[in-house]
Ligand binder design. Structure first.
Ligand code: NAD
Length: 376
């Protein structure tokens, strides 16, 4: 059972968590600048005066396997009572992996390549997100890049034991990052809602998440210190994490990773670029349905989703989404922000695993057309 704290100033709870664990030594994985910018560093130092704090921040926005190994080397030097992740999805994912690999029988690569199954739990893990985006604090998976390819390491033991959602830590998130991370959460909610793996519970989480993010994303973009709006965004992102923890993501995520790795466009922005295409594609191609619950179920689901998004037809909802991107300063057209796109290369790098969760079949020709649209 995850212990969750959600109120403004809730980072103070780190004190009682360390006390309840009798923690003497804590390993903190944090973003490079965001740790002090967000105010987390000062608050943790203040709350944990009696505890020895060691830290690791030597990783990039899309963490690599080599970076995780460096973190593990440091982590293995001492015996820690607790590991704390403070930052965006990348810090949380790195902490999850540093905390899981050293306790298994085989080297990390075996688990990244899914040649072995995770068996053992790591130390207690506390996740403190400073972006309202990935909801990684609520998922049992962690993303890592190896040899330029994206992998997801998944197991119940990867899920954090404690979560602190403290909205004031997100005030300092720059406008562009606020927009990108918020769109990641919105897309997770949408994809979870139409995923073939959805359940009543995941749809409930996704529905709440979509509503909260649509209502608040422009507000936080305009006014970064709007506490009520930041709080709603953090909750929305957390719920989107809880939703994909059950349903996983689908086609927009599958097609987005290549945009991030080849064009350097942040994850949430890349997913949003693909989402406006799939809001149409998944609504216009019901004859290519693979959702086992059938056409009536799917028609109902997609119409509920469109209505949550303030529209009724695929084109209308896709246009609304486009407008939302413009409203929060996100360029919707890939052509304007990524040069020299090699279409064949892009198409071959689409993540096949995630595509399988999409309710509508997508073949190679469909992907080519979709990429042509975002480049038009
Ligand atoms: P991020 O962690 O890379 O952070 C984005 C940027 O914002 C960084 O430069 C960071 O330093 C800065 N930042 C963060 N908080 C800040 C703050 N409060 N003030 C100022 N600057 C701040 O981005 P993200 O979108 O949160 O995470 C993306 C990563 O998460 C990717 O690697 C993605 O693959 C992964 N991801 C994981 C899951 C999961 O469930 N495990 C789900 C989705 C995405």
């Amino acid at each position: 059972m995850v212990e969750e704290y959600f109120y403004n100033g809730s980072l103070e709870k780190i004190k009682s968590i360390t006390e309840s664990l009798n923690a003497e030594r804590v390993f903190i994985v944090h973003g490079k600048k965001s740790f002090s910018l967000s105010g987390a560093e000062e608050k943790i130092n203040e709350s944990c005066k009696e505890v020895i704090l060691d830290s690791f921040n030597d990783f990039s926005p899309n963490p690599t396997h080599e970076e995780v190994l460096k973190g593990i080397e440091l982590f293995n030097k001492e015996d820690y009572d607790l590991i704390v992740a403070v930052g965006g999805g990348s810090a949380i994912d790195v902490a999850k992996l540093i905390n899981i690999f050293p306790f298994q029988k085989h080297p990390p690569e075996k688990y990244i390549l899914k040649e072995e199954k995770i068996e053992f739990k790591g130390k207690p893990l506390l996740a403190v997100p400073t972006t309202a985006g990935t909801g990684s604090e609520a998922t049992h998976f962690a993303v890592v890049y190896m040899g330029g390819k994206k992998y997801s390491v998944a197991h119940e033991h990867v899920l954090p034991d404690y979560v602190i959602l403290d909205p004031e830590l997100t005030f300092t998130l720059p406008k562009y990052q606020t927009a990108c991370t918020g769109m990641d959460a919105l897309c997770q909610g949408i994809e979870s809602y139409w995923s073939i793996n959805s359940t009543e519970r995941s749809k409930e989480y996704a529905k709440k998440s979509i509503g909260l993010i649509l209502e608040n994303i422009s507000r936080v973009y305009e006014k970064p210190d709007d506490l009520a709006a930041r709080k709603n965004m953090l909750l929305g992102a957390n719920l989107s994490g809880k939703a994909i923890n059950i349903s996983k993501t689908t086609a927009p995520h599958a097609c987005s990773y290549v945009i991030t790795s080849k064009c350097g466009i942040p994850h949430g922005h890349a997913v949003a670029i693909m989402m406006k295409e799939f809001l149409r594609y998944n609504g216009e191609n019901i004859d290519k349905l693979i959702e086992k619950r059938g056409k009536d179920y799917y028609r109902k689901t997609i119409s509920e989703l469109y209505s949550l998004m303030g529209g009724s037809s695929p084109v209308e909802v896709s246009n609304h989404f486009n407008q939302k991107m413009n409203e929060i300063g996100l360029e919707p057209c890939l052509r304007n922000i990524c040069e020299n796109v090699q279409l064949d290369d892009f198409v071959s790098r689409v993540n096949r695993e995630r595509l399988k969760n999409n309710p509508i079949i997508i073949n190679r020709d469909d992907i080519v057309l979709i990429f042509k649209n975002v480049l038009a």
